[in-house]
Ligand binder design. Structure first.
Ligand code: NDP
Length: 233
């Protein structure tokens, strides 16, 4: 599908990668771009439509789906990184991470797919991470692994109904989320371009950078160098 003429909704569209994807969609000629945010006043791009949305709140998701019933491309970008250690964290902490990173995209997909189909078909892009294959971030990695699996299932279910589903995996993006990480990073703008390219190509999976390609392909010397804690694994 072409982004030109699409109506795009990006969750967490106020900052980081979400803001870059919303801006890229505008630059590529999307008919309308909703930048969804918990606080819509934090959406500063004048070319997008701010929309209030907390992905962990079913009523907020239902209201967003009602207001933005013209959406044809849903980008599940919003996420949180608590980096819980499974042995140290309580189960509630892990559950909260899944609420945002897994149940959020699930809620959004269930709420928006019926109207995407009614609007003539479209696309769901789930923003994932190389960490879904590399369990160095506890509940974050686990929630992204679950999102990866859901992406694969939805793709099979939705393709016959005219809705493509893509998972986009990245090593580290230069945003607030990775500010504490000392590793090579890719710019949000680069990832945003690849994200929209992936939607237009109907790609099953986009591996945005060298880290995600190498981690996906199996651990390698360069991944070992980036993650010394893996040692000789
Ligand atoms: P940021 O931490 O910079 O931004 C996170 C975004 O998610 C913010 O817009 C935040 O909104 C939003 N958000 C968090 N919780 C909720 C919620 N309950 N409801 C609605 N919005 C919420 O992260 P990035 O931009 O780096 O991350 C974007 C995506 O990229 C995520 O899916 C992340 O997992 C993925 N990713 C990031 C990598 C990185 O290195 N940064 C690497 C690989 C993947 P608010 O402003 O209200 O907090």
């Amino acid at each position: 599908m072409q982004i030109e003429n699409a109506v795009v909704l990006v969750t967490g569209g106020n900052r980081g990668l979400g803001r870059a994807i919303a801006a890229e969609a505008v630059a590529r000629g999307a008919r309308k771009v909703y930048a969804a945010a918990r606080d819509p006043r934090t959406v500063t791009n004048p070319d997008v439509v701010p929309l209030a949305l907390d992905v962990t709140d079913p009523e907020s998701v239902a209201e967003a789906a009602r207001v933005a019933s013209d959406v044809t491309v849903l980008v599940n970008n919003a996420a949180s990184l608590v980096n819980a250690d499974f042995l140290d964290s309580d189960v509630e902490e892990v559950r909260r991470e899944f609420e945002t990173n897994f149940y959020g995209p699930l809620r959004l997909t269930r709420a928006f797919v019926p109207s995407i189909i009614d609007n003539g078909g479209g696309h769901v892009l789930n923003i994932n991470s190389a960490l879904s294959w590399l369990g160095i971030s506890g509940s974050y990695s686990a929630s992204k692994a679950a999102l990866w699996s859901m992406t694969n299932s939805l793709r099979l279910q939705l393709l016959p109904r005219g809705v493509g589903v893509t998972g986009l995996h990245v090593g580290y993006i230069d945003t607030d989320m990775s500010a504490h990480v000392d590793a090579p990073k890719i710019s949000p703008e680069d990832v945003a371009r690849q994200a929209i390219d992936g939607i237009e190509a109907g790609a099953f999976e986009v591996l945005a950078d060298e880290t995600s390609r190498r981690v996906r392909g199996g651990l390698s010397a360069s991944v070992d160098a980036m993650y010394p804690q893996l040692g000789a694994a």
